[in-house]
Ligand binder design. Structure first.
Ligand code: ADP
Ligand code: MG
Length: 339
C-alpha cells in the first residue's frame, strides 16, 4: 500500500472576513470540519451538489483561500499553517485543472506558451528543452504537435481541457486537483476526458482530487469517493462500495437523481425523499445532522445529536445514525423508499 500523500483533518473554510487581528473567522462557513486523505497515485472523487463546499476545499488546498482552522498535511508539510504562502516545492507538486476551459486559458498565449509556462517558472530548462517537452506533453493528451503555435480560441472545449491537462502534467506533480473538469463539456467529450485522465494517472502515478457533482461519471476512475453536503463530508469509502451500496441517505439521493422511467416509481421515490415540513422541526440552528431537514428517514435524535463518523461494512464511514453497528442502512432505506 502506498504512503499517504495528503491528509486533511477538521478543515474549516470561511468567507466574509476575519475579526480584528484575524483571530477568529466571523463570516460564512463553507467547510465545517472536513477530513479526507489521498495516498500517492490514488484518485479521490469528491462529490456533492453545487454549494456544498467542494471548490472551497480545492481552493484552500491550492493555497488560493486560507484555512480558518484544521490541518492539511501534504507530503509531511502542514499547508494550513502556511496561510497560502506555499514554497515553490509545494506549488510545483500540486497542479490544478478548473471547470471552465473558456476562461482558464490565457487567450493571448499560444498552446506552447501555456503548457511550458510552469516549466519556465519552476525549472531551469532552456527554450529548446521546453519546446521539446511541449511536444511531448501534447502527445500525452492526444493532441497533434501542430497545435503548438495556435491560440486557445481556435479550439473546442474538450481540446482546451486537454491543453489545460497538458499544462498540469508539465511538472510531473504528485497531485492534480481537478475541479469539475468535465462539467462544461458535452457527454461524449466528458467520457473522453475522463478516460484520458485515467490513462495518464496510471502511466504517470499521479494522485487526483477529482471533484464532480455526478457520482456516476467519476466512480469508475476513483479509488475512493467522499460525499459532501453543506460543508460536511457525510460519507467516504471505497468507490465501488459508495456507488453500489451507499450508506448515507444523501449519497443515495445523489444516485437517485437520475430520473426513473416509471412515473409511479418516480412519484414514490420523490415522496420518500421529501423532507418533513419545516414547521414540525425544532428550531436549533446548528444542532443535529446537517441533512436532517431533507432526509426522509430523520428520527428524533437526528434533530438533536450530530452523527459522528460510523464505520460502514464494506469499508469507509458515514455520518448517519442509520449505519450504527457497522451495517449499511441501505437495505432498510430501500424498503422505506418503495413502500
Ligand atoms: N469567495 C466566496 N465568498 C463568499 N462565499 C463563497 C465564496 N466562494 C464560495 N462561497 C460560498 O461557499 C459555499 C460553498 O461554495 P463552493 O465551495 O464553491 O461549493 P461547490 O464547489 O461545492 O459548489 C457556497 O454557499 C458559496 O456561495
Ligand atoms: Mg465548485
Amino acid at each position: 500500500m502506498s504512503e499517504t500523500l495528503l491528509d486533511i483533518k477538521d478543515l474549516r473554510v470561511s468567507y466574509g472576513g476575519r475579526s480584528f487581528l484575524g483571530l477568529r473567522s466571523t463570516g460564512f462557513e463553507a467547510v465545517k470540519g472536513a477530513s479526507l486523505s489521498i495516498r500517492a497515485g490514488e484518485t479521490l472523487g469528491l462529490v456533492g451538489e453545487s454549494g456544498s463546499g467542494k471548490s472551497s476545499i480545492a481552493n484552500t488546498l491550492l493555497g488560493l483561500v486560507p484555512a480558518a482552522s484544521g490541518t492539511m498535511r501534504f507530503n509531511g508539510t502542514d499547508l494550513a499553517a502556511l496561510d497560502t504562502h506555499y514554497p515553490p516545492e509545494v506549488r510545483r507538486n500540486i497542479q490544478a485543472v478548473f471547470q471552465d476551459p473558456y476562461s482558464s486559458l490565457n487567450p493571448s498565449m499560444t498552446v506552447e506558451q501555456i503548457v511550458t509556462e510552469p516549466l519556465k517558472i519552476h525549472t531551469s530548462m532552456s527554450r529548446a528543452e521546453r519546446r521539446e517537452r511541449a511536444a511531448e506533453l501534447l502527445r500525452l493528451v492526444n493532441l497533434p504537435e501542430t497545435h503548438l503555435p495556435r491560440f486557445p480560441n481556435e479550439f473546442s472545449g474538450g481540446q482546451r481541457q486537454r491543453i489545460a491537462i497538458a499544462a498540469a502534467l508539465a511538472l510531473q506533480p504528485k497531485l492534480i486537483v481537478l475541479d469539475e473538469p468535465v462539467s462544461a463539456l458535452d457527454v461524449s467529450t466528458q467520457n473522453q476526458i475522463i478516460n484520458l485522465l485515467y490513462e495518464r494517472r496510471d502511466a504517470l502515478g499521479i494522485a487526483y482530487l477529482l471533484i464532480a457533482h455526478d457520482l456516476a461519471l467519476v466512480h469508475h476512475i476513483s479509488d475512493r469517493i467522499a460525499v459532501m453536503y453543506l460543508g460536511h463530508i457525510v460519507e467516504e469509502g471505497p468507490a465501488d462500495r459508495v456507488y453500489h451500496r451507499p450508506a448515507h441517505p444523501y449519497t443515495k439521493a445523489l444516485l437517485d437523481a437520475v430520473p426513473l422511467l416509471d412515473p409511479a416509481r418516480q412519484r414514490a421515490r420523490r415522496a420518500a425523499r421529501r423532507a418533513a415540513p419545516a414547521s414540525e422541526l425544532p428550531r436549533m440552528a446548528e444542532a443535529g445532522c446537517p441533512y436532517r431537514n431533507r432526509c426522509a428517514f430523520a428520527m428524533e435524535r437526528c434533530h438533536k445529536d450530530v452523527p459522528t463518523s460510523l464505520d460502514v461494512s464494506g469499508g469507509g464511514t458515514a455520518q448517519c445514525f442509520l449505519v450504527e453497528g457497522g451495517t449499511a442502512g441501505v437495505s432498510g432505506l430501500k424498503e422505506k423508499v418503495t413502500t
